[in-house]
Write a protein that binds this ligand. Sequence first.
Ligand code: AGP
Length: 623
Amino acid sequence: MAAKLRQKGTVASSMCGIFGCILKEGAAAPLIHQALKRLEYRGYDSVGEATIHDGKIYIKKDAGKIDEVHKIHNLDDLPGSIGIGHTRWATHGAPLMVNAHPHVDCSGQIAVVHNGIIENFAELKLELEGKGHTFQSRTDTEVIAHLIEEALKTNPSFGLVNAVLEAVRRLEGSYAIAVLSSKEPDKIVCARHESPLVVGIGENALYCASDIPAFLPLTRKAVIVEDGELVTLSFEGFEIRKILDLSPVIREPKFIDWTPEMAVKQGYPHFMLKEIHEQPACLRNTLRLQEHYLDLMATFLDRAKEVFLVACGTSYHACLAASYMFSKLAYLATYPVIASEFIEQHGKSVNIDSTILAVSQSGETADTLAAVNTARQRAATVLGLTNVIGSTLTRISRVYISQQSGPEIGVAATKTFTSQLSVLAQLALRLAKKRGKISQDEMDFIDAKLKKLPDIVETVITTQEEKVKAVAKKYKDSKVFFFLGRGISTATAYEGRLKLMEIAYVPSIAFPAGESKHGPISLIEEGFPVVFICPKDDTHKTIIGNIMEMKARGASIIAIIEEGDEEIKKLADDYVEVPRGIPDVLSPIPFVVPLQLFAYYMAVERGYDPDKPRNLAKSVTVK
Ligand code: AGP
């Protein structure tokens, strides 16, 4: 059953959690509170609930973890047997009470909870303000409540369903929403595009949620809502219609035989595998960054006298790749520095003319923050790239960008790494435009390929996963690996090596392939596995030379190649193929995916839990 429900390519990136319920009897609030607790893994920087009672909407919401907010506000204490709730992972607007969901319209008669990213919220907000709407928050979500209000105002004959329909047809981006109206207190209207939404059918209750765990203890009967569908929950039952033309959709409920543990992983055995599979959805969300902040950060980088890219671990590998992107696209020299070395290496020289771009998924890594604080004390400009709005890094950066990957539960960074690379590539492209160092055609070509990366990564996962699994089985007892690349693929090699070390505990060595003959090649003996990352870029010829020098000494060659690369296929003992035609500056994103899967399956083959690697923490907040 797990496999059947887990349709390929439908793994949407977890960003926030929404929930709604209609009960024939009993209080909705406590049930919403418990459901949000079960969705907490989807986001947990703010929480809120709205219920309807006697034609009035009651709301409690605040920033903070669910238990903290409950202690202050008592989330169970709201009247009514109909309600909606939300647990937030901030993407637009810091974690503050005013930005917590539910969001309401001007009259307070419409309440909305939302998971996703509304790309065109800025222009919609301007349009609505022009019509007299006043906004409370800085979120993208709030525009939805005012769009519904506006639809009802301009079409008095509209009911809530038509008003929601009118509203969502204006939205660009991803959404799963649940809407309450005190004017129609007997229903919840939901709609989805890209962000996940499921309906739970209980004995005397109906539920809607971002994910099955929310209502699994209450019912195992679920209906998956598909993209472009609108659902009305009422005491009469649930009704699904297409947003396009309101045509009715009949869909049989499925029986969910997952345990709660499996449900939270959407049927995947581990969070890490779920998050590797989430990368296409994640990359789509990372392509929805707010133009204003990308441009602002690119301006700072453009004017900088010297730029350091500072991070740890996987985030450092993103910086290493970015240094090739900035150089090749914008002719901007940047210096990737491992954060724990920054103070020793540059602490004395960093100055008011220095710019630091700190990259940290958690925004809390002590080594990175220490480097940043040293730079700030010396009047350097600090920029931040993180996945957690409200983290320390966002508070000490002059400008920061949130990569919008949603929470990453697996200790090993996977989806957050490819998201970081996408943001850094978008920055490099904007810098290229500002500096005019490459032709418009080349910029357009790379921009077009960047937008295709979600589909390309999807193709890699769906066509190569089984192959990678077989390669992991073949080499599961190998004692050591080399990971080699040239150019930007050196960063990919370092990342592949870190993944294998940190979750499968296999000693691995990564270095630029050109370094082999300067020492490391002495380690090679019969059957020594060497992983090569070989996009068909300017390094292709030389990497073939490196493969041959390893092969001549008996190494087993595992190559990540571009589809149809016959030349390397002949030399490799095993190979994994990535779709062709990816520009070198973008190649780490699709080429790292087979390495993530390889590390995952090696860990599983060796009997380890990839989600909880020994000795490691998700965020290293100690130096
Ligand atoms: C990566 O898989 C590791 N979990 C670790 O190297 C991590 O990338 C590093 O600790 C940096 O974390 P940050 O991005 O939150 O700063």
